[in-house]
Design a binder for this molecule. Structure first.
Ligand code: B3K
Ligand code: ZN
Length: 881
C-alpha cells in the first residue's frame, strides 16, 4: 500500500472562475487553540453564464461553524461542507454576501501554512494555498479582492496587531484587556497575499519619503531584545525603495510598510501586501553573528520582497503555472539591485555559481521542468531554482536580445497595461513585442522547454582568406517528459581577442545576426565568418554568462591561460580559471579511480598564483577565482558513474598542491586583507575578508608547521563572524586537532543566538570523513536541535544531504538511510520541509551503480510509506520515474 498521487493540474485546463469576490471582510478573534474567523465575502457571478453554477470554495482542514447568505442562515440542503470544500448549490443571480465562520487551531498547525504560531507570535503564510486553511475561499491567484481585516486579541499577550494595508481604526474592546485593530488594503489582491501578525513584538521604526513626496512609515517587528539587529535590513529596505523609483519609476503605494521577522518559517520570506513576513535569518544581523554572505543575502531578500510590490502584487499571476512571471522577473530585479549596490562582475559570478550548482542539476535530473511548467501535482514543489533562477536568466536574456532601451520600454508598457491584473507570460512577452516591434515567438521557447541547452563551438582561422570562422550548434539533452525540443534563441556575448589582449573590432561578418557584441544563435547549426582577421584570435564566448547554457568549446590550456590573464570580460576571466581547474579535477578524479598515481598540472597551480597576486583584480573577484569548483560541480561535470570519494580526493590534492606551491606568499594575503577595526559589510570590505579567508584556506594545507596555530589564532581572535566561521570551518573540515576546542568555544559564545548556532550545526554536518554520520545522529539528539524549526532542520540535515556528497552517498547506504528516515519523520509534521529535503536525492542516477542502488532502496522505502504527504509523494514519484 502506498498513498495516492494527487490529481494532475494542467495549464491547458485553465478556466476563468465563474464567480468574482470583490470584497472580503475578515473578523478574526485570535486564540492559540481556537481562533474564530468570520469572513464576509461579496460575491458576484462573472457574467450571465455563471447563473445557476454552484459556488465551490476551497478549504483545507477547516471546521465550518456558521454560514449565512445575505445575513440569513443557509438551510442545510443549500450547501455542502467538508474540511476541503464548501459548496453553495444555487447561489443567487445577483451579487450577494456570504458570511462564513470557521474555527482554527493555530497552535496545532505544524505545517506552517495558513495561520500558525512561531515563538508565541501568530503569523500567516498563505502562498501558495494557505488562505484556504483560514477560511473557505476561491483560493486562486486570479480572484482579486479588496480586504478589510479586523483583528481582536488580549492586549497583554498580543499588543501588536498587524494585517495588510493601512491601519484605519484601533481601540479597546469593552471586555477586559482585549483590543482590536482594523486594517484596510485598498489594492485588490489574491488571497495568497493576505497576512496577519499578532503578538508581543518590539518595533523598530523609520520612514521613507517617496519621489512624489509621500511619507511612508516603515517598521520592522522583532522579538524583544533583537532591535539592534535590524539596522542593516532597514537600510536595505530604504535603498530598495529608492532604487525601484530611480531604475523603474515604481513608487510605493501605501502609508505604511511593515516587516516582521519570525524564527519558524518554511522559506526565506513572503511579500504579503504591505506586511512582509520574513524568516529572521534574512533580517537580523550584526558583525558578531552574521557573515558577509548573510549581509548580502539580507540585502537581496529584503529587496526581492519589496520589489514584489509591483512585480507580483500590483501585477500578479493568472494561475500558478505563471509563477515565473513574478518570481523570475523579481529575482532579475533583485540581482540588478545587488549589482548596483556592489560589484557587478562579482555579483554575476555569484549568481552563475548558484545557477550552475542548483538549477543545472535540477534541469539534468528527474525533477526537470520548464520555467513555466505545464502540469503539477503540488504547487509548493514548483518554487524551484528553474522557476526562480532560470526564470531570471530568461528575463536577462530578453534584455540582452532587445537592448536596454527596448527592454525598459517593454517593462514600462507591462506596468501600464497590466496594473491591477492577474496575467500571463504571453501578456508579458506581448508588451515587449509591441514596445520593440519584434516577434518573440521563438524566444518564448525558453519558457516552454526544460533542459539546459548545450552549445558546441569550433573555430577555424584561414590565414590566406584572413577569415575566422565559428561553427556553432545547439542541442538540449534528453529530458524525461519532453519528447522533442526546438532550437532556442541564444544570445552569445563575445569578443575576438588579439595577441596583445585587446578585443578586435569586427568590421564585417556573415552567417548570424550580431548586434554590438552579441551574436544570436537561433538555429540548430550556424556558421559565422568574420572577415579581415589576419592573425588567429582567441574567441571569448558567453561573456557575462549571457545565456543559461553549457558551453562545449574544448579550449586547450594555452587558450584558457591566455583568457585567464587577458580577457577583458571579468566573468570570462573567472570562467577560464575555473575551466582550467575543472579540467584538471576531472582528470585527477579519473586517475584516482583507476588507482593510478597522478599530480595536478603546473598550469593550474601557476594560474592560481597569478590570480592571487594580480593587483588589477579586485579582492572579491580574486577570492571567487581562487575558489575551486565544488565537489557537486565536479560531479555534475563528470555526469555519470560518479564516485564522490574520488572527487573529494582529487579536490584535496589540487588544493594541497596549490597551497604548497604558494606557501610563502599566502600569509601576507591573510593578514594584509584582514579586517582592521570597524566592520562594514560593503562590497570592498567583504571582498577583502573573502580574499584573506581564501588565502587562509590554502595556508591551512600549505605544509607550514605553524599552519594549525595560525588558523586557531584566526578563530580565537576574530572580531566578526565571517572570519570566525571561516576558521572554524577549516578546523572542523580539515580535522585539525583543535577542532573540538573550537566547537566548544563557539557554542559557548553563541549558545543564545539561534542563527549563529545554525552555522555550528551546518559546519559539523558538512565535514567530510566517515565520523560525520554519527555526529549528525548525535546532533539530532542535542538539546539545541529542534525538528519543528525549519532553519535548524536545514542547517543539520539539508546541509548534510546537499553539502556532504561523500557522506550522504556512503557506500554502506547509511547516509541515504538517515535522510530517508528523517524525511519520513518530518513529513508528518511539515510536508514542505520534508519534500524539500527529499529533493537532495535528485541526482541519484548519476552515481556509480553501487551507490545509485543504495539511493534507490532509500527512495523506495519513502515511496512505500502509506501516509506520505502530497508534497513528498510528488517528489518521490518523479525522482523514481
Ligand atoms: N513568494 C514567496 C515564496 C512562497 C513559497 C510558497 N511555498 C517568496 C518569494 O519568492 O519572494
Ligand atoms: Zn519572490
Amino acid at each position: 500500500m502506498r498513498s495516492e498521487t494527487a490529481p494532475a493540474i494542467r495549464l491547458e485546463d485553465y478556466q476563468p472562475p465563474a464567480y468574482r469576490i470583490d470584497k472580503v471582510y475578515l473578523d478574526i478573534l485570535l486564540d492559540p487553540a481556537a481562533t474564530r474567523v468570520t469572513a464576509t465575502l461579496t460575491v458576484a457571478g462573472q457574467d450571465d453564464t455563471s447563473v445557476g453554477t454552484p459556488l465551490v470554495l476551497d478549504g483545507d482542514e477547516l471546521k465550518l461553524t456558521a454560514l449565512k447568505l445575505n445575513g440569513a442562515a443557509l438551510s442545510e440542503d443549500a450547501f455542502e461542507a467538508s474540511p476541503e470544500r464548501l459548496e453553495i448549490m444555487k447561489p443567487p443571480a445577483t451579487p450577494f454576501d456570504l458570511t462564513i465562520e470557521t474555527e482554527i487551531n493555530p497552535e496545532a498547525n505544524t505545517k506552517l501554512m495558513g495561520l500558525y504560531r512561531s515563538s508565541g507570535t501568530f503569523c500567516t503564510q498563505c502562498e501558495a494555498e494557505g488562505f484556504r486553511r483560514i477560511t473557505y475561499f476561491l483560493d486562486r491567484p486570479d480572484v482579486l479582492a479588496v480586504y478589510t481585516t479586523r483583528l481582536e486579541a488580549p492586549r497583554t499577550s498580543c499588543p501588536i496587531l498587524l494585517a495588510n494595508g493601512n491601519l484605519i481604526e484601533a481601540g479597546d474592546v469593552s471586555e477586559r484587556d482585549r483590543h482590536f485593530a482594523i486594517w484596510h488594503d485598498p489594492h485588490p489582491k489574491p488571497a495568497y497575499l493576505f497576512a496577519l501578525v499578532a503578538g508581543d513584538l518590539a518595533k523598530v521604526p523609520d520612514e521613507f519619503v517617496t519621489v512624489s513626496g509621500k511619507q511612508v512609515e516603515l517598521n520592522i517587528f522583532v522579538e524583544h531584545g533583537k532591535e539592534d539587529l535590524c539596522g542593516w535590513a532597514m537600510d536595505s529596505l530604504k535603498r530598495s525603495m529608492r532604487w525601484d523609483e530611480e531604475v523603474y519609476g515604481l513608487e510605493y503605494d501605501l502609508n505604511v510598510f511593515n516587516i516582521v521577522a519570525v524564527s519558524d518559517f518554511n522559506m526565506g520570506a513572503m511579500e504579503n501586501k504591505g506586511l512582509n513576513i520574513f524568516n529572521d535569518k534574512y533580517v537580523l544581523a550584526d558583525p558578531e553573528t552574521a557573515t558577509d554572505q548573510d549581509y548580502a543575502n539580507i540585502e537581496a531578500v529584503i529587496a526581492h520582497e519589496y520589489f514584489h510590490n509591483w512585480t507580483g502584487n500590483r501585477i500578479t499571476c493568472r494561475d500558478w503555472f505563471q509563477l515565473c512571471l513574478k518570481e523570475g522577473l523579481t529575482v532579475f530585479r533583485d540581482q540588478e539591485f545587488s549589482s548596483d549596490m556592489r560589484s557587478r562582475p562579482v555579483k554575476r559570478i555569484a549568481d552563475v555559481r548558484l545557477l550552475k550548482s542548483h538549477q543545472f542539476p535540477e534541469d539534468a535530473g528527474p525533477l526537470a521542468h520548464p520555467v513555466r511548467p505545464r502540469v503539477y501535482h503540488e504547487i509548493n514543489n514548483f518554487y524551484t531554482a528553474t522557476v526562480y533562477e532560470k526564470g531570471a536568466e530568461v528575463v536577462r536574456m530578453l534584455k540582452t536580445v532587445l537592448g536596454d532601451e527596448k527592454f525598459h520600454a517593454g517593462l514600462d508598457l507591462y506596468f501600464k497595461r497590466h496594473d491591477g491584473e492577474a496575467t500571463t507570460i504571453e501578456a508579458f512577452l506581448k508588451c515587449f513585442e509591441d514596445a520593440a516591434a519584434t516577434d518573440l515567438s521563438q524566444f518564448a521557447l525558453w519558457y516552454e522547454q526544460a533542459g539546459t541547452p548545450v552549445v558546441s563551438v569550433k573555430t577555424r582561422h584561414d590565414p590566406e582568406e584572413q577569415t575566422f570562422t565559428v561553427s556553432l550548434s545547439q542541442e538540449i539533452p534528453p529530458v524525461p517528459s519532453q519528447k522533442t525540443s526546438k532550437p532556442a534563441v541564444i544570445p552569445l556575448r563575445f569578443g575576438l581577442i588579439g595577441p596583445n589582449g585587446d578585443d578586435i573590432a569586427v568590421a564585417s561578418h556573415a552567417g548570424a545576426e550580431i548586434s554590438g557584441d552579441v551574436l544570436l544563435l537561433d538555429k540548430a547549426r550556424q556558421e559565422v565568418t568574420f572577415n579581415n582577421i589576419p592573425t588567429p584570435p582567441v574567441l571569448s564566448l558567453l561573456r557575462g554568462f549571457s545565456a543559461p547554457v553549457r558551453l562545449d568549446q574544448q579550449l586547450g590550456s594555452e587558450d584558457l591561460l591566455f583568457l585567464a590573464s587577458k580577457d577583458n570580460d571579468p566573468f570570462n576571466r573567472w570562467q577560464a580559471v575555473q575551466s582550467l581547474a575543472m579540467q584538471d579535477l576531472v582528470r585527477l578524479t579519473a586517475r584516482i579511480r583507476q588507482e593510478e598515481t597522478c599530480v595536478p598540472t603546473e598550469d593550474v597551480i601557476e594560474v592560481f598564483g597569478a590570480v592571487l597576486s594580480d593587483p588589477s583584480l579586485d579582492a572579491a573577484l580574486r577570492a571567487q577565482a581562487l575558489t575551486l569548483p565544488s565537489e557537486a560541480d565536479i560531479a555534475q561535470e563528470i555526469g555519470k558513474n560518479v564516485d564522490p570519494d574520488a572527487i573529494l580526493k582529487a579536490r584535496r590534492m589540487l588544493r594541497e598542491a596549490i597551497a604548497r606551491s604558494h606557501a610563502p606568499a599566502l600569509l601576507p594575503f591573510v593578514t594584509d586583507f584582514a579586517s582592521k577595526g570597524d566592520y562594514s559589510p560593503d562590497a570592498e570590505n567583504s571582498g577583502k575578508r573573502a580574499l584573506s579567508n581564501r588565502a587562509l584556506h590554502y595556508l591551512a594545507m600549505s605544509g607550514r608547521e605553524d599552519a594549525a596555530q595560525i588558523v586557531w589564532d584566526w578563530f580565537a581572535t576574530a572580531d566578526n563572524m565571517t572570519d570566525r566561521l571561516a576558521a572554524l570551518t577549516l578546523l572542523v573540515h580539515d580535522d585539525m586537532k583543535q577542532k573540538e576546542a573550537a566547537l566548544a568555544h563557539y557554542r559557548n559564545r553563541h549558545e543564545t543566538s539561534t542563527l549563529a548556532m545554525d552555522k555550528w550545526f551546518m559546519t559539523q554536518a558538512t565535514a567530510p570523513g566517515d565520523k560525520t554520520l554519527q555526529k549528525v545522529q548525535d546532533l539530532m539528539n542535542d538539546p539545541l536541535y529542534d525538528a519543528s524549526n525549519p532553519n535548524r532542520v536545514r542547517s543539520l540535515l539539508q546541509s548534510f544531504a546537499t553539502g556532504n556528497p561523500t557522506q550522504f552517498a556512503r557506500t554502506d547506504g547509511q547516509g541515504f538511510e538517515l535522510i530517508a528516515e528523517a524525511v519520513l519523520q518530518l513529513d508528518k509534521r511539515n510536508p514542505q520541509v520534508a519534500s524539500r529535503l527529499l529533493t537532495s536525492f535528485r541526482s541519484w542516477r548519476a552515481l556509480d551503480p553501487q551507490r545509485s542502488a543504495l539511493a534507490e532502496t532509500a527512495l523506495m522505502k519513502i515511496s512505500s510509506c502509506e501516509e506520505l504527504s502530497r508534497d513528498s509523494r510528488d517528489i518521490v514519484d518523479r525522482t523514481l520515474q
